[in-house]
Design a protein around this ligand. Structure first.
Ligand code: GUN
Length: 289
């Protein structure tokens, strides 16, 4: 029977540590501030944005909220980002994705100053992460590594399989596991014999966006299974990309949904906001923390 990896408890510990450092920076006259931009009212995005703002409050980070109507033009959004890029009192900028279809996400993402890119979506920051010199670390992948480390699960030398190759999760998760000396395979929809590839994994990270796709046939006895998926049933029940009940008896450790990766993403976002403000403070002449 798998051990449960408690993302709620671990994220709470990360937030408490971050709160202490946010308070220490405040003593130096810096109020860590995150600007959160949401365009339209996608129901899932509303939940995520609400939870991010709640976490800011809990950690002592000031959040500025920009809720723009669905029909906002891309130029209007870029103008808002320009304004926030230029503000000395704003350290992090988060544009909640997905954006409405009439907008070009890539163009919007590169418009955010790389110094304020707390999601680590800007190509400059993604590149820095890939060469092992990160400025920010993508929130969900950072949360995955933090969950593993704080659960004493060794990555070094282990077979890691990441299922999914999105820019937000799959690709940066593979990079981070590689940086921790894992032997990393990225599997995706064109992978032949996905079950066999997954079965090699000591650590299986699943970010495919397909409800309960990963059953026990994909999991090696004793493997650690990290489920990044989040699906809401019509009766409001949450489930992941992993068939939790089916995999539980086979895995060595597993993240539940909810209460696994989700809260970690937000905790790591808080850490990135603190980091953005710290970098800003250090860029001011003569300041060294
Ligand atoms: N949409 C889904 N996940 C994320 C995330 O981590 N950051 C942003 N900005 N949008 C998202």
């Amino acid at each position: 029977m798998a051990k449960l990896i408690d993302g709620k408890a671990i994220s709470q510990a990360v937030k408490e540590e971050t709160a202490l450092q946010v308070a220490a920076l405040k003593e130096k006259g810096v109020q860590v501030t995150l600007a959160v931009i949401q365009v339209g009212a996608d129901p899932a995005s509303c939940v995520y944005v609400r939870n991010k703002k709640k976490a800011c409050e809990a950690v002592g980070i000031r959040s500025l909220s920009y809720e723009l109507p669905e029909e906002t033009s891309e130029d209007e959004l870029l103008a808002l980002i320009d304004e926030l890029n230029g503000r000395e009192d704003v350290h992090g900028i988060l544009v909640q994705l997905p954006l409405p279809k009439h907008m070009n996400e890539e163009r919007v993402v590169v418009h955010v100053s790389p110094y304020k890119d707390v999601d680590c979506f800007h190509p400059e920051n993604v590149g820095a992460l890939c060469i092992g010199k990160p400025r920010f670390v993508s929130c969900t992948p950072a949360g995955i590594v933090e969950l593993l480390k704080r659960s004493d699960i060794q990555i070094d030398g282990k077979e890691c399989v990441v299922v999914g190759r999105s820019n937000i999760v799959g690709k940066p998760a593979a990079q981070l596991l590689l940086a921790e000396n894992g032997t990393v395979t990225t599997a995706h929809s064109h992978t032949s014999d996905l079950k066999e590839v997954c079965k090699r994994a000591d650590i299986l990270v699943v970010a495919v966006g397909k409800e309960k796709m990963i059953t026990r046939e994909y999991v090696k006895e004793g493997a650690t299974v990290i489920d990044v998926g989040m699906h809401r049933s019509p009766s409001n029940k949450l489930s992941g990309d992993v068939d939790f009940e089916d995999v539980l008896p086979v895995a060595g450790a597993i993240t539940p949904v909810p209460g696994g990766v989700g809260p970690m993403t937000i905790a790591m976002l808080m850490k990135n906001c603190l980091h953005a403000a710290t970098l800003w403070y250090e860029r001011q002449e003569g300041n060294r923390l």
